[in-house]
Design a protein around this ligand. Structure first.
Ligand code: ADP
Length: 180
């Protein structure tokens, strides 16, 4: 398979706390898919928030709008047979339901699970420190809620395995869905 027009588009929606590993896994997954001849795009929350969504804050309404716009972009990619890997905290069940509803049947979601204390210890972007000292408000896990899914489609525990192992599990989950 080496023609993009031969591939079936899908949206892989990675959600979880900041620092859980969404971006890391999405980049590894994109690389793996490309090695296998697929065309994949990463849509990252941080990138959207620094560009197309920079008018949005972290209030509940704006978080919902952030997800709505991301899902609409992913839907447009899907219409062009692109595999889109989305990395968004997507803190509430209603946000996940919103994305699923906009995208439709080619939506697959993966809970990137990592305990809050491990995410804080990683503090990849220094944001937890800022949240603890009130330099940032509405920070998920500190001053804003995260609803763990009751019945996740797939859950990846990044505190106990390597990024490559985590990516491989996501890849195995989506591989059967990539066939036309
Ligand atoms: P997020 O996008 O969820 O905010 P990042 O991917 O930016 O998180 O950061 C996750 C950090 O955790 C990275 O430094 C990554 O190397 C590390 N990490 C350790 N184990 C894993 C794993 N199994 N999967 C993903 N990331 C991991």
């Amino acid at each position: 398979m080496n023609r993009i027009s031969d591939q079936k588009g899908m949206v892989v929606w990675l959600y979880g706390l900041s620092g859980a590993g969404k971006t890391t896994i999405s980049l590894l997954l994109k690389q793996m898919l490309e090695n296998d001849g697929f065309f994949a795009v990463c849509l990252d929350g941080d990138e959207l928030r620094s560009g197309i969504n920079k008018d949005l804050t972290f209030t509940e309404d704006d978080r919902e709008e952030n997800i709505r716009r991301a899902a609409e972009i992913a839907r447009l990619m899907l219409q062009n047979n692109i595999i889109t890997i989305c990395s968004f905290i997507t803190p509430l069940q209603k946000h996940r339901a919103l994305a699923a509803g906009i995208i439709g049947e080619s939506y697959t979601e993966v809970f990137i699970e990592c305990p809050l204390d491990v995410c804080q210890a990683r503090d990849v972007k220094g944001l937890y420190k800022k949240a603890r000292t009130n330099q940032i408000t509405h920070f998920t896990g500190i001053s804003s809620g995260f609803e763990a899914p009751a019945n996740p489609e797939l859950i990846i525990h990044t505190a106990v395995e390597s990024p490559a192992e985590s990516m491989e599990k996501v890849y195995q989950h989506i591989a059967p869905l990539l066939k036309r």
